[in-house]
Design a protein around this ligand. Sequence first.
Ligand code: NG1
Length: 409
Amino acid sequence: MMQTQSAPERAAVAFLKEFGAAATHLVRAPGRVNLIGEHTDYNGLPVLPVALQREAKVAFRPRPDGMVVLHDVDEEFPPLEFEIGPAISPEAAGHWGNYVKAPANELARRFAVWRGFEGVLHSDIPVAAGLSSSSAIVNAIGLALAHINEVPVEARAFAELMADAERYTGTLGGAMDQAISLGGRSGCATKITFGPLRLQHVQIPADWSFVVADTGVRAEKAGAAQNTYNLRRTECEDALSRVIEDLVRADRVPLIPSSYSALLRAMPVDDVLALAEDVLEGNLRRRFRHVVTEAARVNEAVDRMRGADITGFGTLMDASHGSLRTDFHVSTAELDELTAIAREGGAFGARLTGAGLGGCIVALADRTTVGTVLETLVGEYYEPRKLTEDLDARLFVAVASSGASVQAL
Ligand code: NG1
C-alpha cells in the first residue's frame, strides 16, 4: 500500500518549496473533542475534553524583523502577511488570518514580541465542526511566537492568554479549547475547572472508544453561529444576575455569590434549580437549567469514568444532548439524527460536541460495539447522503493525545 505523507512532513516539505530553505522548527497543537460539559466553560463551570490526534502544525523559521508570512498547505486559504504589534487590524470576519493575528496581537499587547517568522500551516482538524480547529491554530501560532521571542510560557497562564487572544475574532468563548490543546495528556480525558484554571487528568478505561462523527453541516463561528453563541453567553449572564438579585432581595445567603460556581457552593443544586424556576421564565429559565445541570453531569461523569461505569457515562451523555437540544437550543436535525443512529448501533450514549448548530457528535462505545457503531453510522447516515468520500476525516475514533509542543527540526 502506498504510504501517505504524514502531516508534519507536509508542512515542512511545503515550507522548503515555498521559501527555498528548510524550516528550523515545527509547532503542533491538537484539536479536541469535548466528552461532556458544553457551554459551561464561559460560565466558569467544568468541562471534560480530550486532545485529539488531529492537529494544526506549522513549520517555521524565525525572521529578523516583525513580519509574519504564513502560507497554508490548503490553497483554499490565501497567504497572509502582516507586522506584529499591539493593534493589528483584523481581516474580514471569517478570514482564517484572524486566528493567526489573534495571538500575535495579544502577545504584543503584553510582552516585548518583535520578531516574526515565515511558515507553512497544515491542519487535519475539520473546520467549523466543533473540534476546535480555531484554537489549535491560535495556540500553534502563539507558541511559535512565544518561542521565537523567549516569552516565558507557564502552561495555565498561557492557556488563559490564548483564550483572551481568540476573542479578537469576535467569539466570546471560554478557555476550554486553548487549555486542552495545550495541556492534554495521552490516554486521558481532562477535567478543566476555571477561576483559577486547573487541569485534572482522568485515565480513560482501556476498552472505551469515543467515536467522533461529523454531520457535514458547518457551524461557521464567523457567521450566524457566532451571533447565537455570543447571545447564549449573554443569556446565561442575564439569568445568573436575576437569580442573584432575588437572593439579595430575599436576604437568603450570608455572602452574595457573583458567579455560577459561587452560587453552587453557597446552595445545594436542587435549591438553586428550584429558585430559578421561581425567578426565571422562558428561555432564560431553560439556559440556566442547562448550565447548572450540565455542570453536575460533568462531575458525575468524572466519577463514572474513574469507576469504569460505561453505562452510567453514556446515560449522562444522552442527558447532556437532551438538555442542549431542549434547554439550550443548539442542536439541529442532523445532530439529533446522528446521535440516534449511534445509539441504535449500540453506543452507550451520544451527544453533540462543541458549540453545536452543526459540526460533530461524540458517541461512546466499547471494544465489542465500536465496529457496529461505525458501520451503522456509515450505512444509515453517510451512505444515504453520499458523504462517503473522505470518510476518515468525517468519522473516526478519538485517540486521546498529548498537548501542544514546539520542536527544532
Ligand atoms: P467550538 O465548538 O470549538 O467552537 C466553543 C468554544 C468553547 C466552548 C464550546 C461550547 C471557542 C474558541 N470555543 O467551541 O470555549 O464554549 O463552544 O462548550 O470559542
